[in-house]
Design a protein around this ligand. Sequence first.
Ligand SMILES: Nc1ncnc2c1ncn2[C@@H]1O[C@H](COP(=O)(O)OP(=O)(O)OP(=O)(O)O)[C@@H](O)[C@H]1O
Ligand SMILES: O=C(O)C1=C[C@@H](O)[C@@H](O)[C@H](O)C1
Length: 302
Amino acid sequence: MEMAAVLSLQSCSLIGLDRSGNKNGCSVRLPDRWSEQRKVQAVRFGDSRNIGAPLRSGYPELKIACCSKKNMGSENFHNSVDAALILKNKSEDVFPYLNGRCIYLVGMMGSGKSTVGKILSEVLCYSFFDSDKLVEQAVGVSSVAQIFKDHSEAFFRDNESKVLKDLSSMHRLVVATGGGAVIRPINWKYMKQGLTVWLDVPLEALARRIAAVGTASRPLLHQESGDPYKKAFAKLTTLSEQRGKAYANADARVCLDDIAAKQGHGDVSVLTPTDIALEALMKLECFLSENSSVTNSQYIQG
Ligand SMILES: Nc1ncnc2c1ncn2[C@@H]1O[C@H](COP(=O)(O)OP(=O)(O)OP(=O)(O)O)[C@@H](O)[C@H]1O
Ligand SMILES: O=C(O)C1=C[C@@H](O)[C@@H](O)[C@H](O)C1
């Protein structure tokens, strides 16, 4: 990976913070009438021209992310604003203890790393990156599926490790890692420079989400024929058996079954990405308070 790209990424991570490192430039994405205070951050790895460019469609607004139901009535609308504010408040509790450390989201394909990661980056005024996209940019190929096809899975994994190594010296990033990043111990060495969060989603929910969007972009799941849900479920089951222990290395585990149970639901499909982002911050808060000596002495604000 080009050093220029790495440097541009590092400078991106400072967007949204004032000179003292305080996040007074940060604002939660609320409905338009409240949006004058919006500060935006949108960057593209390796392209310094885009640093500080206005927010584009790839970044979901929190008001959208917190609403799961179509045609929301006013009651749901206000609930979503409440959820956004609760999330924002929690981010303010946790932020000082992060000391600028990056947050790495790990989990199976389709577990919501990108969706939840973008929300976390927004409320923490961190920059968001997807390691699959960084590998695509570093290799110069437009999709992970094409990298698998043109080269090999091993080639992809080598580049994934290089990307994680480069990221490990940076600050104030939320990184959605590739689903298989956890299988190489060296990647844990890099990710443990920051904080790691496992999004633990039941396989049925993963297979439902993946079947809904198709498997073409996910080479390890792709099958030309057969029922997409059943095929995805079978393959995810095998991968999860192989990787379960590796995901459990994460500092914090966000278990969707547990969040649904706490809310009195039996089905994780009712959970919004905002609910999940909030749980991630609460789990990080627990981890940080239980490991406060590491928090206070080992890291400096970047
Ligand atoms: N809480 C949620 N409820 C329902 N669907 C969700 C939720 N979170 C994410 N999704 C959907 O699931 C799909 C996968 O989400 P996302 O891309 O965020 O996962 P990912 O972990 O980054 O996946 P991958 O590692 O395969 O890139 C998307 O279609 C997304 O809209
Ligand atoms: O679970 C996996 O092994 C993968 C997940 C994706 O994010 C990509 O990194 C790639 O398709 C491999």
